[in-house]
Design a binder for this molecule. Sequence first.
Ligand SMILES: *[C@@H]1O[C@H](CO)[C@@H](O)[C@H](O)[C@H]1NC(C)=O
Ligand SMILES: *[C@@H]1O[C@H](CO)[C@@H](O)[C@H](O)[C@H]1NC(C)=O
Ligand SMILES: *[C@@H]1O[C@H](CO)[C@@H](O)[C@H](O)[C@H]1NC(C)=O
Ligand SMILES: *[C@@H]1O[C@H](CO)[C@@H](O)[C@H](O)[C@H]1NC(C)=O
Ligand SMILES: *[C@@H]1O[C@H](CO)[C@@H](O)[C@H](O)[C@H]1NC(C)=O
Ligand SMILES: *[C@@H]1O[C@H](CO)[C@@H](O)[C@H](O)[C@H]1NC(C)=O
Ligand SMILES: *[C@@H]1O[C@H](CO)[C@@H](O)[C@H](O)[C@H]1NC(C)=O
Ligand SMILES: *[C@@H]1O[C@H](CO)[C@@H](O)[C@H](O)[C@H]1NC(C)=O
Ligand SMILES: *[C@@H]1O[C@H](CO)[C@@H](O)[C@H](O)[C@H]1NC(C)=O
Ligand SMILES: *[C@@H]1O[C@H](CO)[C@@H](O)[C@H](O)[C@H]1NC(C)=O
Ligand SMILES: *[C@@H]1O[C@H](CO)[C@@H](O)[C@H](O)[C@H]1NC(C)=O
Ligand SMILES: *[C@@H]1O[C@H](CO)[C@@H](O)[C@H](O)[C@H]1NC(C)=O
Length: 551
Amino acid sequence: MKLSAFLSAIASHIFVTAAQYTVNSSTSGNDIFDGYVSYSIEFSSFPDFAGNISYPNKFSDTLLSNIRDLIGTKPYIRVGGNTQDYALYNASLPYALNGTFDLGRSADYPTTIFIGPSYFESYQTWNDVKFCHGFNMGLGGNRSSGWQTLLETVPLACKALGREKLYLWTYGNEPDLFSTSAQGPVRPARWDERTYVSQWLNGTRTIKTLLQEHCPELSSGDSYGYLAPSFAGVGNRLKAPAAWAQNLNVDKNIRLFATHNYISGATSPGVTLQGTLMNHANTKRSVDAHIIEYSKIKSVDPSVPPLIFGETNSLYNQGRPGLSNTFGAALWVVDLNLYSASVGFKRVHMHMGTNYRYGSWQPISTNITSKGTKAPYYGNIAVAAMMGNLSRLSVTIVEITLSSSTAEAAYAAYTNGGKTLTRIMVLNMRGYNTTVDGAGLVPLTDIPIRPAVDYRFIINTKEAAAKRKAVGVQRLWANGSDAITGITWDGWSYNYELDEGRPVRLANTTVGETATVSCNGSVVVTVPHSSIAMLDFAQGSDINDGSGSGI
Ligand SMILES: *[C@@H]1O[C@H](CO)[C@@H](O)[C@H](O)[C@H]1NC(C)=O
Ligand SMILES: *[C@@H]1O[C@H](CO)[C@@H](O)[C@H](O)[C@H]1NC(C)=O
Ligand SMILES: *[C@@H]1O[C@H](CO)[C@@H](O)[C@H](O)[C@H]1NC(C)=O
Ligand SMILES: *[C@@H]1O[C@H](CO)[C@@H](O)[C@H](O)[C@H]1NC(C)=O
Ligand SMILES: *[C@@H]1O[C@H](CO)[C@@H](O)[C@H](O)[C@H]1NC(C)=O
Ligand SMILES: *[C@@H]1O[C@H](CO)[C@@H](O)[C@H](O)[C@H]1NC(C)=O
Ligand SMILES: *[C@@H]1O[C@H](CO)[C@@H](O)[C@H](O)[C@H]1NC(C)=O
Ligand SMILES: *[C@@H]1O[C@H](CO)[C@@H](O)[C@H](O)[C@H]1NC(C)=O
Ligand SMILES: *[C@@H]1O[C@H](CO)[C@@H](O)[C@H](O)[C@H]1NC(C)=O
Ligand SMILES: *[C@@H]1O[C@H](CO)[C@@H](O)[C@H](O)[C@H]1NC(C)=O
Ligand SMILES: *[C@@H]1O[C@H](CO)[C@@H](O)[C@H](O)[C@H]1NC(C)=O
Ligand SMILES: *[C@@H]1O[C@H](CO)[C@@H](O)[C@H](O)[C@H]1NC(C)=O
């Protein structure tokens, strides 16, 4: 059903009547960084995502450009993940990557990997993108071929990237799991923070020496630095505060404190869309654990670098079909990103790889997954729209605490150093199915009416008090939380099959909707279950009908 027809149809079926929330007109600025919407691409999948000089992946580039058109810069790309620590260099390999699967270790990515010189061509295919290349610490500190790989690939990576394309480096992915990894340990059981730090310092100092020799312009100052420690989580064998206490940052070269997070696992018992992902309390708890850890470090070392998610997504082990690839997961993407921004994360790299169920897009067609834009991408788009053009105005995100349910959340975006309330985004994450089994395949024959919730926000701005104002309303919309396609942001589809990922405005959606801020500063927005609405105060107009005078 068309959204406008739907909204009139449900006008008399409001499920929960207007709850009222007060939104501060200003806040203390705690601005996020540019490129807040960023990605992490699995090391072994990077040639699929980016292509090479002869066959650049233009579809991926288009999807990155769509995000730039909302947030001002293309996403920063971290190339890494488990497979960065499996990759060995073979100078005579005539193609980018020779990966061999071991189904006992993973069905989703190769665990025996050789890369050739042409792997580094993939850094040349997208303009205006900054990359973080991940060096192999897992095997680097385990066998001589691993260390040799570091010596041979530093010159290749630094020459491929240069000043223009280099973001930062990583040395090792999730070293907190090196002695316990389910995909095969690369360190003995006695692995600890002290040994980790000594090996990390040995590796990064070696990288620096190689840079001085091969790419001197990248060996000092702002052009040299790392994302670290890139730990998998907060409860593993190695703990970030203990690694920090062992003087991990003694060389003062860690520019961003990167941590990784997944809400739960693809095959963990009891995982559901509503209970695990479309659940604000769960998301909050998962993110807060990192804030607690980071605060411990900050209390001993106030100079700890800014916090980011260097790798994150919904369910580890590459996501679960019917959950991680649905519109419900797109709603979760928005909640995760906005909540993280509200508690101090400066940038978020959403992870993906070829055939991964939680991926924002599938870069090539395989016999498992068709090439295309996937549901989580629409979450990335909505987050970018909420942030707005960060090259023009920086943004602070504040959570608006809602009282009634863990299946909803709301956020305010402030510009101008926290002084100006610019946007409000409301997430109604209560589930609404349009198919029988949640797999997006068999349509329900008798779909129950889709309920909706009215949210009333009291915005005490001087402007609102002075006059009535029409504000823009934009929506993240699909048939239901179980939908895996037919998703739109503000009526735009970015699907591959329409125009290869370029935005296409669909005829069957409502656009140009507005809501009215009344003269007492209150505004109501109706948000159907499993959808998101954004009020954009920057996209509005004054209503000159005289009713604003005299309050
Ligand atoms: C969404 O629902 C409409 C009917 O309301 C149907 O025509 C359309 O095919 C559905 N779209 C998807 C992607 O399932
Ligand atoms: C709004 O401002 C008040 C007073 O400064 C403060 O106590 C409260 O935490 C703020 N609320 C939000 C959501 O920022
Ligand atoms: C973002 O803002 C910058 C600085 O004002 C401007 O140059 C750029 O064109 C804007 N980008 C978009 C997509 O609006
Ligand atoms: C390196 O690549 C060459 C050329 O494909 C191949 O013959 C050789 O076996 C490879 N070496 C390893 C260790 O895989
Ligand atoms: C470039 O990509 C194409 C298409 O995937 C592939 O056939 C070719 O081998 C690649 N070239 C190199 C040098 O890896
Ligand atoms: C690819 O790697 C496998 C596993 O190590 C090896 O047997 C094979 O020879 C390699 N192929 C090439 C072309 O290097
Ligand atoms: C650094 O690590 C390499 C490889 O494990 C090793 O050969 C070398 O001795 C180490 N250097 C120091 C100073 O520990
Ligand atoms: C290398 O990894 C193996 C497990 O694959 C482990 O038993 C061994 O201790 C590791 N060696 C070093 C030097 O860490
Ligand atoms: C799918 O493709 C992979 C790699 O191209 C191949 O190894 C595998 O056998 C194929 N599986 C099926 C079921 O065709
Ligand atoms: C949607 O479908 C899933 C899977 O069948 C089910 O567990 C869930 O309860 C349904 N949600 C609603 C709101 O009907
Ligand atoms: C809207 O139109 C598109 C493209 O024609 C179609 O795929 C989609 O299912 C439609 N959506 C609804 C909600 O009817
Ligand atoms: C503000 O005005 C709206 C619309 O005129 C009204 O429904 C609402 O009750 C008023 N709220 C307050 C707090 O006065």
